[in-house]
Design a protein around this ligand. Sequence first.
Ligand SMILES: [Zn+2]
Ligand SMILES: [Zn+2]
Length: 252
Amino acid sequence: MIDTHCHLFFEHYQDDLDVVMRRAKEGGVERVITISLDKPTAEENLRLVERYPGQVWCTVGVHPAEIANVSEDDLLWLEAMSGDPSVVAIGEIGLDIYRGETNLKEQEKLFERQLAHARHVGLPVVIHHRAAGLRTIEITEAAGNTRGVFHCFSEDYDYAKRVLNQGFHISFTGNITYKNSPLPDLAHRLPLDRILLETDAPFMAPVPHRGKRAEPLHIFEVAAKLSEIHQVSIHEVARITTQTAQSLFWNC
Ligand SMILES: [Zn+2]
Ligand SMILES: [Zn+2]
């Protein structure tokens, strides 16, 4: 299985990352993509790729919530680093107006720039769309990117259809296991071969770990939930989602 979205650079792992990564490997999580938020986290992620060869890959990009901490030099550096063989996508990028819309115009400009760069270098994008509603999908539709994933999906079925029609995939985190979540009903209506698994670790730990630190091995709880929703074996969920992730991020 592949955890397509986690953040291994957080201090949550500073004491036991080797143990966490061994647990993932021995448990059947063959690959992990650690997602960057800005330049310092991208530098850290590139070090982690070297520390866990063959197990960890990364992305480079600027998260909308980090917009104030990023300079033009940082952006140029990140764009140059997207050519590194360990970088499998541009991300996470997008819009986040959870704390208000004050800098929405700047967020949109930065999002558009990073989408254009992804098209230019031929990489998929990892899109963050928290609380940003239709604006996010309107921008990707206008930009014309067709490869990537709307991560930690939290919108409705009509929105999901637009995402899929554009060619993008949808990924679910541990929040699909939460009590009273509308996500299982939504996931039921989506084709399994357009869905990706992610933990967004250290956040979003699935039941029964909810409220604790998440880690890549928890991808199994997300897969188990999808197997229940789609009435197929967990083995089948693993096979299909792994294939989808491989073709999106590694072109194989
Ligand atoms: Zn995100
Ligand atoms: Zn994330």
